[in-house]
Ligand binder design. Structure first.
Ligand code: K7E
Ligand code: CUA
Ligand code: CA
Length: 609
């Protein structure tokens, strides 16, 4: 949808206000009955450990996608298929049942999203989950070895060397907390032996390709549109353990990685390994990378405990926020590449702007018209500022004020993102702001407050607050993009599962000793079979295929006293395995309203003593 720019100067003031509101692009936030949202939002969920799909501008939550932690609705963490993705202990129980998702990003092709994958991190247990966006399910989880406090992620946007690979093939992962390497009980109080790693995961196989040992830590990650650079802001260049130590330096850094050189070093065998891990680890510490001709990484200094690093949609700059400094730092990527090529003597000369924007700057987004929008945690504001003006000011024109507008938000904002803003096609229509506190914005619900996601119209000169949206704590990051970039499939294919029951005539029970396999079909309003008999001491594997192929015709399957409940969507197959330990009659039934005879959709598991 092109933004219609009506020149307001030629209109009377009251009309200007209306024109700006209704015709300057964004229009009404209301999505009327029968209408659809114009944009998808991918939201992390924080310590509920999953991800969410929102419609924008309505702000409606359309779906939660479980990944790291069990989900009672769909049976995630209970079905054999989901347990295999999540990882189990030898006794079959889940390896982890808690997670903390922060950063979610989607796969790229030609600088925009290709609608194929998205990834999210688990900060608690150092895992990376991948979502298939066609089915909107988690299909792989990778445990990152050797690290703790896995925080930032970002997919690359193309290959640094091969021009034919114009799409995502890597996901970069940052480690925030220093640990001994290996972390197996030695060097526990010797801080000099604690390190952080920057990790590269293969986007397709989800195998860990390589890691890079660094000084200081990683926080957020950004990648360049040309594929050549990835970077992490570092708030703890001091390698401190206590927060006063972490705040002792006036400037920390944005640490740049030269991806092509690192991968060449891995190919050339210039790496070590850590403990039992086979992952190649290259050396990206400061001391080892002083010579630009061979350096794998370089630090650009950023004032004090920066948080957030974001790539501008024109591909030219990375912007870091000061957090403890009231500034944003603009780093020109070509100049960083020039340093690696020996054409720039000091990496800090890649800094081409450092505007003062307000207190507690955290994250930045863009409108595609040259403006940046940064959250100010301490001021409870979003500041809109002009990147070119900030560059001109830094170059010497002190009279310039790059700040365009400030908007109060409610309250203490963290992440921020505008429509299409992480791509080359930022459209400057809507912007969402994730506020960590909501205080008085909603009906009181006791001590535990919701958070407040606010939507802002950024299509005009000034930002206009469009609506408040109470959210369950606590999403951190999110991306928003036009709905045309994502085509989902509404029905599974029977061949997606090797054990799908293709013909209801094959439904029934087979037994091998104490192992019983129940192959079952659901066709509204019945299961096939509607009765089966097992014995105490058996181990039952029940494989259920939903043979209804009508969109939206989802069935549930629950067994009382056996702790079984999961969903099967149209043509989906899932299985559960459980021990039989109680004799009696147990009505299995459909939990998901599917048909006029939904309540009649039930059958009996008869358990003989
Ligand atoms: Cu992305 Cu919340 Cu993990 Cu900033 S972090 S606010
Ligand atoms: Cu099937 Cu309700
Ligand atoms: Ca610091």
């Amino acid at each position: 949808m092109p933004v219609v720019q009506v020149p307001p100067a030629v209109l009377p003031a009251p009309v200007q206000a209306r024109v700006r509101r209704t015709r300057w692009g964004a229009g009404s936030v209301e999505v009327k009955p029968g209408e659809l949202d114009t944009h998808y939002g991918l939201w992390s969920s924080g310590h509920t450990g999953d991800a969410r799909i929102l419609g924008i501008p309505s702000g409606r939550e359309l779906l939660r996608i479980p990944c790291f932690v069990p989900d009672a609705l769909i049976g995630w963490g209970q079905t054999n298929e989901s347990k295999e993705i999540m990882g189990t202990r030898p006794d079959g129980s889940l390896e982890y049942t808690v997670a903390d998702t922060h950063h979610i990003h989607a796969s790229y092709k030609d600088g925009i999203y290709d609608g194929k994958y998205a990834w999210v991190n688990d900060k608690i247990n150092a895992r990376l989950a991948r979502f298939r966006l066609d089915y909107m399910i988690c299909d792989k989880i990778t445990k990152i070895p050797n690290i703790q406090g896995f925080h930032g992620i970002f997919p690359d946007k193309r290959d640094p060397v091969d021009p034919a690979i114009n799409y995502t093939t890597r996901v970069f992962c940052g480690q925030e907390f220093h640990v001994p390497m290996p972390n197996k009980g030695a060097d526990m109080t010797d801080n000099t032996k604690h390190h952080c790693l920057f990790t590269c995961v293969d986007a397709e196989t989800m195998d860990v390709r390589w890691q890079a040992r660094i000084d200081g830590n990683c926080d957020l990650i950004a990648t360049s549109f040309d594929g050549k650079l990835a970077a992490s802001n570092q708030y703890n260049t001091e390698n401190g353990v206590l927060y006063p130590e972490m705040m002792s330096a006036e400037r920390d850094a944005c640490l740049f990685f030269n991806i092509a050189r690192i991968e060449q070093a891995v190919k050339d065998g210039k790496f070590t390994t850590i403990g039992d891990s086979k992952v190649p680890v290259v050396d990206c510490t400061v001391e080892a990378n002083k010579d630009p001709a061979t350096a794998l990484s370089v630090r650009v200094s950023v004032p004090k405990n920066p948080h957030g690093v974001n790539a501008t949609p024109d591909g030219k700059y990375f912007i870091c926020s000061g957090k403890l400094s009231p500034t944003a730092t603009i780093i020109e990527l070509q100049k960083v590449l020039d340093w690696f090529d020996g054409k720039l003597d000091d990496p800090d000369k890649s800094i081409i702007g450092e505007p003062e924007i307000g207190l507690g700057p955290l994250h930045t987004t863009f409108d595609g018209r040259g403006n940046a929008y940064t959250t100010l945690f301490l001021d409870s504001q979003v500041v809109k500022w002009n990147i070119d003006q900030a560059i001109k000011k830094y170059a010497g024109d002190k009279a310039i004020n790059p700040v365009v507008h400030k908007l109060d938000v409610m309250y203490q904002p963290g992440h921020i993102n505008a429509t299409n803003a992480e791509t080359i096609a930022a459209d400057g229509i809507w912007m969402a702001v994730g506020n960590k506190f909501s205080k008085d914005r909603f009906l009181p619900v006791g001590p535990m407050h919701p958070e407040n996601d606010q939507l802002v119209d950024i299509s005009g000169d000034e930002m206009i607050l469009a609506h408040d949206n109470a959210v369950r704590p606590e999403p951190h990051d999110f991306v928003i993009f036009k709905r045309e970039w994502l085509q989902t499939k509404q029905v599974y294919a029977l061949d997606d599962h090797p054990l799908a029951l293709k013909d209801p005539k094959d439904a029934g029970v087979t037994r091998e000793g104490k192992k019983v396999t129940v192959r079952m079909a659901s066709i509204a309003p019945t299961y096939m079979p509607i009765e089966f008999t097992v014995k105490v001491g058996d181990e039952v594997t029940l494989i259920l295929t939903n043979l209804d192929k009508v969109e939206d015709l989802t069935h549930g399957f629950a067994i009382p006293e056996y702790n079984v409940q999961f969903l099967v969507n149209p043509l989906e197959t899932k299985s559960v395995t459980f021990k039989i330990d109680k004799p009696g009659v147990f009505w299995y039934y459909c939990t998901n309203f599917c048909h006029a005879l939904h309540l009649e959709m039930r059958g009996r598991m008869i358990v003989e003593a």
